[in-house]
Design a binder for this molecule. Structure first.
Ligand code: CUA
Length: 357
């Protein structure tokens, strides 16, 4: 029994060590599908994340230098002043005469170990304070305003200048700053897209602000970083940075009525729409360009173009969406959306309808 427990502990220790090594090497197996470690903040994708990484590099250099100097001095002292009279098995001599000279009250030493840390702290303070001012200052050019509203457990993104509302996937043009304001609908959440910017608290009754900018195209992974309830870990998001013309095209296509490509698709679409209304989906969800204007759950306009279902937890495939609409609570504990008892035919029609958006 003891041996088995020991072996299990050993296995876990090896796995943990392996995970640590792979994680730091950017090879996290969880994200194998989406490239190496998409939440690795040491590979910044925007100017804010780069400023923050610079501060980290300066502090890391100082900390490592201090650690190296102190370690060398410590090892030297331990070796040089070791008790040479000691032999294993012999009784120790209690001879005060064998002690090294006592040097408390050495002014030169005290001045040195006061002045050096002061210099180090000043060197560290300059980039830290400078970066804090940079982060608090407005972006260099006209930003796109976006309202971020956190819900248990998903994100709403509103583009007031464009009349666009979406959920869990924030689309932004590459190279343009985006001004974010953060509000919470319920409890404290935290917005974090590691490769674009550090964490920002999202607090009920308060509006926080920050801006970010992506310097390269790509999908940047983010998540809520404040424990906010049973599905905190399922409160994920993506920032999709795309060329400006693609972003403009996405804005222009928003809320346009879907165009079925065949008779059969049109029939499935209308059947899905019926189910969406009859099963009460429309009480919570808005779809622009239709009569559905519910305000409780995520806005589903353009849902067909989203990458994921359930705030980033699964890819947006037909099977996953069918699983989600029939029993979301099994995939996301505590979710507000109720389960729906749908026949195979109803599931198919509803999924076709949602994917056509
Ligand atoms: Cu929202 Cu954790």
């Amino acid at each position: 029994m003891k041996g088995t427990a020991g072996a299990a502990f050993g296995r876990h220790a090896v796995l943990a060590a392996l995970g640590l090594v792979m994680g730091s090497a950017g090879l996290n197996p969880v994200f194998a599908q989406s490239g190496p470690a998409p939440q690795n903040w040491m590979h910044p994708g925007g100017i804010i994340a780069r400023w923050q990484l610079n501060v980290f590099h300066v502090s890391l250099a100082i900390v490592l230098t201090v650690a190296a100097v102190v370690s060398v001095l410590l090892i030297y002292t331990l070796w040089k002043f070791r008790d040479r009279s000691y032999r294993p098995g012999l009784e120790r001599k209690a001879d005060p005469a064998g002690l090294p000279p006592q040097i408390d009250g050495n002014h030169t030493l005290e001045i040195i170990w006061t002045v050096i840390p002061v210099i180090l702290l000043v060197v560290l303070a300059v980039p830290t304070v400078r970066t804090n001012y940079l982060l608090a200052s407005p972006p260099p050019s006209d930003p796109i305003p976006v309202r971020v509203i956190a819900y248990q457990w998903w994100w709403a993104f509103e583009y007031p200048e464009h009349g666009v509302v979406t959920a869990n996937e924030l689309r932004i043009p590459v190279g343009k700053p985006v001004q974010l304001t953060f509000e919470s609908n319920d409890v404290i959440h935290k917005f974090w897209v590691p490769q674009l910017a550090g964490k920002m608290d999202v607090i009920p009754g308060r509006i926080n602000q920050s801006w970010l900018q992506a310097d390269r195209e790509g999908v940047f992974y983010g998540q809520c970083a404040e424990l906010c309830g049973p599905s905190h870990a399922h409160m994920r998001l993506r920032v999709i940075a795309q060329p400006e013309h693609e972003f403009e095209a996405w804005i222009a296509s928003y809320g346009r009525e879907p165009q079925p490509r065949s008779e059969a698709e049109a029939a499935a679409f209308h059947r899905g729409m019926e189910i969406f209304a009859a099963r009460g989906c429309s009480a919570c969800h808005t779809i622009e360009g239709t009569v559905f204007q519910g305000k409780v759950g995520p806005n589903l306009t353009g849902f067909g173009s989203r990458m994921t279902v359930g705030a980033g937890i699964m890819s947006n495939t037909r099977e996953n969406l069918a699983r989600w609409v029939t029993n979301p609570g099994a995939l996301k504990p505590g979710v507000m959306m109720p389960a729906h008892d749908l026949s195979r035919e109803e599931q198919d029609a509803l999924v076709t309808f949602l994917h056509s958006l």
